[in-house]
Design a protein around this ligand. Sequence first.
Ligand SMILES: [Zn+2]
Length: 325
Amino acid sequence: MTKVKYYYDPDTLSYRKIEPKKSRKYRNIALFMIASALFGLMGMLVLLNTNLLNTPKELALQREVNNFELRFELLNRKMDQMEQVLANIEDRDNNIYRLYFEANPIPEEQRRAGFGGVNRYRELEGFNNSDMIIATTRRMEIIQKEMVIQSKSLDEITKLAAEKEELLAAIPAIQPINNEDLTRMASGYGWRSDPFTKARKMHWGMDFTAPRGTPIYASGDGTVSRADNNASGYGKHVRIEHGYGYMSLYGHLSKYNVKRGQKVKRGDLIGFVGSTGRSEAPHLHYEVWKDGDRINPINFYYGSLTAEEFENMLIYANQENQSLD
Ligand SMILES: [Zn+2]
C-alpha cells in the first residue's frame, strides 16, 4: 500500500491529500532509460576501441599477421636492391662482355619476358593479403628468370672467351724469323718488280733475307697441312692451318723440321731458310691467308716487334723494290 500524503491548505484551512503527478513519474522513468542506453552505448564504443573484446589467441594471430606484412615489405625492399644489382650486371653483360666477344646483346623484352598462359597464382587468391603476396611472388619469379637468362649469357661468354683465347693463340702474330737473324726485311706485300722478268707483278707475301739455315718459326698455333716441294714457285714450303680461316705459308726452305699433320705451337721451329723454288737468293717468303685469300702479313707481327721495329718494317715493306719471290 502506498502511503497517502497530506498537506495543509491555508486557503481552505484544511488538510488536503497530495495527488501524485503521473506525468512527471513517467518522464523520470524515460529519462533514466535514455541515460542508461547512452551510457551503455558509450561503454560499448570504449570496449570496441580497445582489445578488451579480443581473446588472447586473436591478439596473437593479429600480431603475427602484422609481422608477416612487415616482413613482406622488407622482402620487397631487398628485391628493389636485387633488381638494381641485376640491372647493373645485365647492362655490363650487354654493353661490355657480349660486345667484346661480338655476341648480340640479349634484347630487353627477352630478359623481362613475363609468364603467359595459365594463372600461376590461383592458389594465392581469396585472402585479405592476396594482392601483396601475389605481387611479391611475381616479382621474385621474374628476378629468378632474369637470373637464369643472365647465367646462361655468362656461360656463353665463358665459351666465347675460351674460343677467343684459342683464336688469339692460333692466328699468326709473330715474325717467323728472329730479328737478330734477319739480314733485312727485303720486300713487302704489293706490286713489285719480278726478280726474273723485271715486270711489275703482285708480290703476295713478305720476303725476309737471312743466311741459309736460319731457323724459321711457326707464327701461330695450328696444324701443318703441307710440308713439301710440290707447289710451283714456293720450292720446299710449309703451310700451317690455324683454324678460324687463317693459314700461313713459309717458302723457299732449305730443310723442313715438321711433317704434314703435325700440330705446332707459335714459336716452334718448323724449318730453315733456303733458296729452293723460284727464288733469287736465300730468303723466307712468308704469306698469310684468310678465308682463301692472301692478305698483307704486315698486320700480323704484333706479338714480337717493338713499336720502333714495326716502324722500320713498315718503311722497308712499303718500298717499291724488287722482290726475291
Ligand atoms: Zn717473296
